[in-house]
Ligand binder design. Structure first.
Ligand SMILES: *[C@@H]1O[C@H](CO)[C@@H](O)[C@H](O)[C@H]1NC(C)=O
Ligand SMILES: *[C@@H]1O[C@H](CO)[C@@H](O)[C@H](O)[C@H]1NC(C)=O
Length: 401
């Protein structure tokens, strides 16, 4: 009893000590955001402590917290929900119950979670996918790919593309009553990366018969080669997602080398032979003036470290590295970026690159947006922002898919 009280007291002190992040003035539901940020930072701090004490790894601790929020596949009045597998990739299927005269639209959704965390089972994603199925009268598939650090790149991509290829077979589309001409791939954050990479692969692979009609990328992560964009600098201590935590998870995705996070943090992780790739992420030309502000672009520092990591130059890890002829085949694209997000400039640069390549792009910039907003759509700390973003996303799909 006494130890519980001490733990609780400690937790309160920790929580209180994290209520210091300056929250930008235009953010709505200020106190909820402050509480959310303090809760996330308290968990981060505890995770770091446990890791340093050798009790458990940081990612295991955070992953344990995520799992508290997992749901069972529960059907409702409108949608039949089942957990199944495509080949051996776990998926959650949402099939509308209404009778349909014609084949339905379909959405394949990749959840976020920094490549290390999460599932389609999280309450927020379950709600989002259920709403999408219901409002669009569409078949929705949530995909669970293998997670780092147990499985590093490209396991996440391989699972994602395998699930999509399985779904795109004629016999499977027929089985679920899906119109092959009206399929969307979506994802948020790291899931937005997988959605972008898988869409590139599907559109450019001549052996895949059915193509994607639209892709929706929600505050996506799209490149690993430049970790010093203006949004990285502005949001170093960002709400809910700090640069240190992002770098920690990204590093776990890429390598077990313990020196890598420091190199990534200093933006000195790329090899000499990667110079030709930087034109694809040159934010001094690709960002609108409004976001470039007065930041000074400096040429990358290459070859400081010599990681033999081909993944660093792989377009499946950094979809922004695709050249213009690879981008030209991409379908109509919806991108949401959030102002207070270290990944903001990834999304903004992809919008410019796609537009330059002649791809149709609809871009929504959320001026008071924070990273991961869709994950905060459930109690106790649900944010109106999450609902707003999910409404924008679903309405866009309804008109364009
Ligand atoms: C980036 O763009 C600037 C022009 O804004 C140019 O001077 C610089 O050489 C470019 N760097 C790379 C690596 O593309
Ligand atoms: C784009 O990349 C593809 C695949 O690496 C390559 O085959 C093609 O020649 C490149 N196109 C241009 C214009 O560089």
């Amino acid at each position: 009893m006494r130890s519980k009280a001490i733990c609780l007291a400690l937790l309160c002190v920790l929580f209180a000590s994290h209520i210091y992040t300056p929250i930008p003035g235009n953010i709505e539901e200020r106190w909820k955001v402050i509480a959310l940020d303090a809760a996330v930072k308290t968990c981060t701090f505890m995770g770091m402590c446990f890791e340093n004490l050798g009790i458990m790894s940081f990612e295991d601790f955070i992953s344990m917290i995520f799992r508290l929020d997992y749901t069972q596949p529960l059907s409702d009045e409108y949608v039949t929900v089942t957990d199944t597998a495509f080949t051996d990739i776990p998926v959650r299927l949402y099939l509308p119950k209404r009778k349909s005269e014609t084949p339905r639209r379909a959405v394949i959704y990749f959840h976020g979670g920094a490549y290390c965390l999460g599932s389609f089972k999280q309450r927020a994603f379950d709600i989002l996918n259920r709403w999408t199925a219901n409002k669009l009268d569409a078949v929705v598939v949530g995909v669970d790919y293998r997670l780092a650090p147990q499985h590093r790149f490209p396991a996440q991509f391989e699972d994602s593309i395998a699930a999509v290829k399985f779904f795109l077979q004629d016999k499977i589309l027929t089985k679920y009553g899906v119109d092959p001409m009206r399929i969307c791939i979506s994802g948020d954050s790291s899931g937005g990366n997988l959605a972008a990479a898988v869409t590139q692969e599907v559109q450019n692979d001549l052996e895949i018969k059915h193509k994607i009609k639209v892709q929706a990328l929600l505050y996506p992560h799209l490149q690993i080669i430049d970790s010093n964009t203006p949004s990285h600098r502005e949001n170093e201590h960002g709400v809910a997602l700090t640069r240190d935590v992002a770098i920690k998870f990204l590093s776990l995705y890429i390598t077990e080398d313990k020196t890598f996070p420091q190199a990534l943090k200093r933006n000195q992780h790329m090899p000499l032979e990667s110079r030709h790739l930087f034109k694809f992420v040159n934010w001094s030309t690709l960002l609108p003036k409004k976001h470039r502000k007065d930041y000074v672009y400096t040429e990358p520092i290459l070859g400081r470290t010599s990681y033999s990591l081909p993944s660093l130059m792989d377009i499946r890890m950094s979809p922004l590295l695709a050249n213009d002829s690879q981008l030209q085949n991409l379908p109509s694209t919806y991108v949401i970026t959030c102002q207070y997000d270290i990944l903001r400039d990834d999304g903004l640069m992809y919008v410019s690159r796609l537009q330059n390549a002649g791809v149709q792009v609809a871009h929504e910039h959320i001026e008071d947006g924070i990273h991961g907003a869709l994950s905060y759509m459930t109690s106790p700390l649900y944010l109106h922002l999450g609902l707003r973003i999910s409404d924008l996303y679903i309405s866009w799909l309804d008109k364009n898919l």
